[in-house]
Design a protein around this ligand. Sequence first.
Ligand SMILES: *Cc1c(COP(=O)(O)O)cnc(C)c1O
Ligand code: SF4
Length: 347
Amino acid sequence: MVKDVIKLKDASTFESTPDSCWQSELSNAQISLDDLLSRLNIKKEHFDQFYDFSNFPIRATESYLKKIRTGDPSDPLLRQIIPHVDEKAELPGFINDPLNEEAFNPVPGVIHKYYGRLLLIVTGACAIHCRYCFRRHFPYKQNLLTGEAQNRALDYIENQKNIREIILSGGDPLAANNNYLFQLTQKLSLIKHIHTLRIHTRLPVVLPDRIDNGLMKWIEQWIQSSENHQLVFVIHVNHPNEIDSSVKTAIEKLKKFDILLLNQSVLLKGVNDNENILIELSERLFNIGVKPYYLHTLDPVKNTAHFMVESQRAKALHKAIRAKLPGYLTPSLVREIAGEPAKTIIQ
Ligand SMILES: *Cc1c(COP(=O)(O)O)cnc(C)c1O
Ligand code: SF4
């Protein structure tokens, strides 16, 4: 049984190595609007400093900040992290939980919508706060996978015999430390019908040092603990400027293993709603060995309407990139409609 005590023989070896500095970069990621603007040499009047966004403060790692152009208030990477005055707008249809995740939350920490796979909310923490985030109003406090809640989640998985794949999500699952991940997946290893572990993470892009030795051991451990075990990484890049040499190095480490590496993006007004940028994004992903998987249309989450790309334009953009890229570099344009058995592919 999953509840049995598992001997963690040398869990300590899965702790981050001492030379890894990602934890301090992660804990220093919160930044005030003033500090952000002064660092980037951008005048205050471009943004409204009186808007109260304290329930979703600005967060961005040093690795991300250094990829933003200074002096450019419309930089596409800046736009993803800066609270725009338009966040204040209250628009019909833009609500806290448009995906109705609440209805698919059978036990704390589990979101189970689709056949054969489910999502574990490993942590509410992220290294970067993406202003368009579809979980920016998610009730993380009620979904912590600690203590008894973790046992309940594991029991739920154990009882759902058709589940083959566990998606580690959040927040960012890799914001959890190696020791925690190791303990969690060791318990998942005991559930024989689980074959695939999928990691939905932005950290290889916004905190490349996170791919440290302990994480590599963890990956190896999962893959080698059963011949049925597979691993999928779905990273999250929206704009080609997010990919620099340190991201490439992080991905190269992952490529040492037999892992499927995919990317998902969100189509965002003022960030990547442009044919050439989307093409360049696919080509850069290919260059680092990652296959474009999904291009999501924005979920109508409260405070994010300024990122919405109108549906006709989304389709036209997708058609335009499809005409210029090989099929394997064209992500599927998808929308999530609550209650559907899968993401809806937009033709
Ligand atoms: C998007 C999503 C998945 C994964 O869907 P795939 O099409 O397999 O990538 C799984 N569960 C939930 C709740 C999701 O929102
Ligand atoms: S990293 Fe993912 S979960 Fe975290 S804020 Fe960005 S989109 Fe949301």
